[in-house]
Ligand binder design. Structure first.
Ligand SMILES: Cc1cc2nc3c(=O)[nH]c(=O)nc-3n(C[C@H](O)[C@H](O)[C@H](O)COP(=O)(O)OP(=O)(O)OC[C@H]3O[C@@H](n4cnc5c(N)ncnc54)[C@H](O)[C@@H]3O)c2cc1C
Ligand SMILES: NC(=O)c1ccc[n+]([C@@H]2O[C@H](COP(=O)([O-])OP(=O)(O)OC[C@H]3O[C@@H](n4cnc5c(N)ncnc54)[C@H](O)[C@@H]3O)[C@@H](O)[C@H]2O)c1
Length: 473
């Protein structure tokens, strides 16, 4: 049964962190906007990704930080209270209840429609509502697809049939699995192996490449691999899983002649776009796969359609989805006013940072905080560059922070322009250092000016000075 038709300036499909921000910018720009959501308002980040994973990691990290300081270490006399950590995780996910976010949406003046939405021709969206009725939404100006991504299960014989854990189960589990097999050594695999090993599971991590975190600087993967092993994780690099089955209560993974057994298996081998069941075919696009968009997040060949956040595959991170939302929102509002969008790099409607300065933090122990290009990426792009490295433990502030601090700072410097192309910090507590590097990369601050950005003594930030001295030689 089809219900009434409603018209808004902007329809946003998917109320994750990205969709919420597109709608908010549209409303702030004087337009009307409606969010369509089939599950929980807030999306993956709030309920099955960033928030639960970081709270699962934080207790162990806090204990390790105290243990690294003589005098404080003596105060750590017990074990982590796993039930309390899980309860804290549950509080941070609002017990998987989106009432708080719905009230924010309401307060922001954004309309909300619950149900599964799909495109039905130009500027039209049909929502299958929970009560079985259909609602037709019509957009005056734009439809923004912000439907996110889901775990991609690799084509390993039998794997899909055994209903493996995805990051959703790994972040919402009510107790530690006994023996957890983790397939994939990327962000999710490394973080979840670190978390659950310290919360009582016995983790085996299987990574098909020779390094974990292969997209980051090699030193990052090496440091995280060493720490996973030190925590007791059975890390198997260069391992190809070719079959999966359940046998009794066990999961059995076949890797050539070998078998690996566990109680559960987490698939952490990347993501796939939620673009297969949203009616793309009704507007002349191929369903499935990441949406191809331009620098204003507009879908190629369909000027009223935008693809923002995970669904476009440009940078699968909450903060980058929200950044894209601000840029796309600005482009939508500008075009709705009949004005020209500035297509230049770093304009308010263009997502330049996606390509040049994406920051990310892997919350392992040690943390890995990186922005911009790695040396390998600079090489691939044919950019003239030099790599400067410094052992963070040599900085006075690091020694104060933790006894025997070990860490590495790596800067990739453009040798023609003498600006930073990328920076990576590896070490405990480096996440909070990252924004200084992001500002330097985005601002293309010349090395000669960075000498005037004097780090306070004694902080870990003094590593900036050491990097400059190493660069100067
Ligand atoms: C375990 C894990 C940990 C992570 N940790 C971090 C982290 O620490 N920091 C970080 O920056 N990133 C992290 N990420 C990545 C981050 O979760 C994503 O980049 C982010 O959630 C993407 O936001 P989004 O709004 O684009 O998509 P989503 O959050 O996936 O939101 C899409 C929304 O659209 C809805 N939807 C989909 N299809 C339809 C439809 N047809 N109709 C109506 N609604 C629909 C979905 O229900 C969902 O609510 C992590 C990811 C994982 C898996
Ligand atoms: N802290 C954070 O910001 C954070 C945390 C988790 C996830 N994320 C985001 O979510 C995205 C998805 O995370 P992810 O870990 O699923 O993907 P990923 O792309 O980071 O890592 C997937 C890993 O799986 C490996 N792999 C692929 N197929 C395999 C196979 N068949 N067997 C064994 N290994 C295999 C790859 O080599 C790769 O290292 C990340 O790219 C990141 O953008 C961010």
């Amino acid at each position: 049964m089809t219900d009434a038709e409603q018209t808004y300036d902007v329809i946003v499909l998917g109320a994750g962190s990205t969709g919420e921000n597109v709608a908010d910018i549209a409303v702030r720009g004087g337009l009307t906007a409606v969010l369509v959501e089939s599950e929980l308002v807030g999306g993956e980040c709030s309920y099955w990704a960033c928030m639960p994973s970081k709270t699962l990691l934080r207790g162990s990290e806090a204990i390790a930080a105290a243990r690294a300081v003589r005098g404080a270490a003596e105060a750590v006399t017990g074990e982590q209270d796993v039930a309390a950590t899980l309860a804290r995780r549950d509080d941070f996910t609002s017990h998987w209840d989106d009432a708080g976010q719905v009230s924010w949406v309401d307060g922001a003046g954004i309309a909300l429609v619950r149900g599964h939405g799909r495109l039905a021709g130009e500027k039209r969206v049909v929502v299958a509502q929970p009560d079985g009725t259909e609602l037709v939404l019509v957009a005056r100006h734009a439809v923004a697809v912000c439907t996110g991504s889901r775990a991609a299960v690799p084509p390993v014989d039998g794997l899909a049939d055994i209903q493996p854990w995805t990051p959703r189960e790994a972040t919402s589990a009510k107790e530690a699995p006994g023996r957890l097999l983790v397939l994939g050594g990327g962000y999710v695999g490394c973080e979840m192996a670190t978390a659950w090993q310290q919360l009582g599971a016995s983790v085996t991590l299987l990574q098909h490449g020779e390094r974990v975190l292969p997209d980051l600087e090699p030193a990052a993967g090496d440091a995280v691999a060493a720490s996973l092993r030190a925590l007791g994780v059975d890390l198997r690099l260069g391992t190809r899983v070719d079959s999966a089955r359940r046998e009794g209560g066990e999961v059995v993974l076949g890797c050539g002649d070998e078998e690996v057994r566990g109680d559960e298996v987490l698939v952490a081998t990347g993501r796939t776009a939620n673009s297969d069941a949203i009616g793309l075919e009704t507007v002349g696009l191929e369903p499935g796969g990441y949406l191809e968009v331009d620098e204003t997040l507009q879908v190629a060949g369909v000027p009223w359609l935008y693809g923002v956040g995970d669904v476009n595959g440009r940078a699968l991170l909450t903060h980058m989805g929200k950044y894209q939302a601000r840029q796309a929102g600005h482009a939508i509002v500008t075009r709705a006013r009949g004005e020209q969008v500035d297509l230049g790099d770093w304009s308010p409607s263009v997502a330049t940072a996606d390509r040049r300065a994406t920051p990310s933090v892997v919350f392992t122990d040690p943390q890995v905080a990186a922005v911009g290009l790695t040396a390998a990426q600079a090489e691939e792009q044919g950019l003239p560059h030099r790599v400067v490295e410094y052992a963070i433990g040599g900085v006075a502030g690091a020694g104060v922070y933790a006894d025997g601090y070990t860490g590495t700072a790596i800067a990739v410097v453009d040798t023609d322009r003498e600006v930073l192309l990328g920076v990576t910090f590896i070490g405990p507590g480096v996440a909070e250092l990252l924004h200084s590097a992001t500002i330097a990369v985005v601002g293309e601050v010349p090395i000669s000016r960075l000498w005037h950005a004097v780090p306070s003594y004694p902080t870990i930030s003094e590593v900036w000075l050491r990097l400059l001295e190493t660069w100067r030689g």
